[in-house]
Design a protein around this ligand. Structure first.
Ligand code: SF4
Length: 382
């Protein structure tokens, strides 16, 4: 039996590509001995919300990897994980929705000092009774949902085969900045699903991760190597081989191997995962909307579908929104949310909200005429 299995996670971005190059270099320099005599495995999670250009780029990397060292990139999906986005998960959701939407819903909106007492209760400083005894916060009452809206929602709750869409339909909402279940459920869980049988069998796993300290203060606090012990006794090691690298270093190693980088970097995107990510920057949102109208249409349709399985949106007749309120200034009458169309309109305004249409029209014309004009945040064409 093998004692250790190395994994590389491939996202289609420059950092995971740099790690891929490092692993290939190591195989070529030291042979498989450097990986415990077992070929490393490369995993890529496809959640159905990826930019098609990123999927093409991963296929290109897969081809390069096969030609270079005879290995392949395995695609994983939430659909592979029993109970996550399958028919059983939807059957549970339908039963739960029918029961819950048929009843009145009461929710207390805690405010100010009451929130502080709740935090004290959560921290164990006071009892729950002590917290709630002083609570006089307003209680929001939602009457039972009309039958035709329940039936409409239930009719939609069946797997589409698209993991990201199925996940949000099951949650009845899109992820938010504080509840970022998209990363966990459509990426981390399916990747872990491939590793767990090894860990359960006592095989240690070493994950090569493309995280760099200069990406964010939170990342900078992480150690370059982290190790935890699995109940079977196997170790799960997170190894960040490019932790001290700059973005330029990450691009440079690909250049050394004659590898193209993801074309999205030259289209004004700093991140190349979901199309589009819920944490998208204003400038990137504008570029994405301009270059990928079909993707905008897809997201608009998803917002329509999700609104019909969200209790609040279905009753109010308001659309759901992919982008969470803190990302985009939304509609104060609708919990601060902004639909994709509203968000795109906002992305086409200057800081004070003034529309700078002339400039944008010219930008669009240039994109139409010249196609892939380099708009890289990383100065890739300089
Ligand atoms: S890239 Fe953005 S939208 Fe996609 S899984 Fe990660 S946080 Fe969620």
């Amino acid at each position: 039996m093998i004692a250790v299995q190395h994994f590389g996670s491939i996202s289609g971005g420059k950092d995971s590509q740099a790690v891929l190059c490092k692993m290939v270099e190591r195989i070529e320099r030291k042979g498989l001995e450097a990986f415990g005599n077992t070929p490393p495995r490369f995993l890529s999670a496809d959640n159905g919300h990826e930019n098609p250009i990123t999927l093409d780029h991963i296929a290109y990397l897969d081809d390069w990897l096969r030609q270079r060292v005879g290995l392949r990139i395995e695609t994983v999906s939430a659909n592979d994980v029993p109970g996550l986005t399958d028919a059983a998960a939807f059957a549970r959701k339908r039963a739960m929705l029918r029961e819950e939407w048929s009843k009145e819903k009461r929710r207390t909106r805690h405010k100010g000092a009451c929130n502080q007492r709740r935090a004290a209760w959560q921290a164990g400083a006071i009892t729950r009774a002590e917290w709630t005894a002083q609570c006089d916060c307003p209680v929001l009452v939602s009457p039972p949902v009309p039958d035709h809206l329940i039936e409409q929602a239930i009719a939609l709750l069946h797997p589409s085969g698209i993991p990201f869409l199925d996940m949000v339909m099951l949650h009845g909402r899109f992820p938010g900045t504080k509840t970022r279940f998209c990363t966990d459920e459509t990426k981390l869980v399916p990747i872990m699903h491939r590793k767990r049988p090894l860990l359960d069998a006592g095989v240690s796993v070493i994950d090569w991760i493309g995280e760099r300290a200069d990406e964010s203060p939170a990342r900078a606090k992480k150690p370059p190597i982290q190790s935890t012990r699995h109940p079977s006794g196997a170790r799960q090691v997170l190894y960040r081989p490019i932790f001290r690298w700059s973005a330029a270093d990450a691009f440079a190693i690909s250049a050394r191997h004659g590898l193209k980088h993801n074309p999205l970097y030259t289209m004004g995107m700093s991140r190349v995962g979901c199309s589009t990510c819920i944490m998208v920057k204003k400038r990137e949102l504008r570029a994405w909307a301009m270059r990928f109208p079909a993707e905008v249409n897809r997201v608009r349709e998803w917002e329509r579908l999700v609104s019909l399985v969200s209790r609040r949106s279905a009753v109010a007749g308001t659309p759901a929104s992919l982008l969470p309120a803190p990302t985009v200034p939304g509609d104060p009458a609708d919990h601060g949310r902004a639909t994709i169309d509203r968000a795109i309109a906002w992305s086409r305004t200057s800081r004070g909200g003034r529309n700078y249409g002339l400039f944008l029209d010219q930008e669009q014309r240039e994109a139409d005429e010249h196609g892939l004009r380099c708009d890289s945040e990383y100065g890739l064409c300089e």
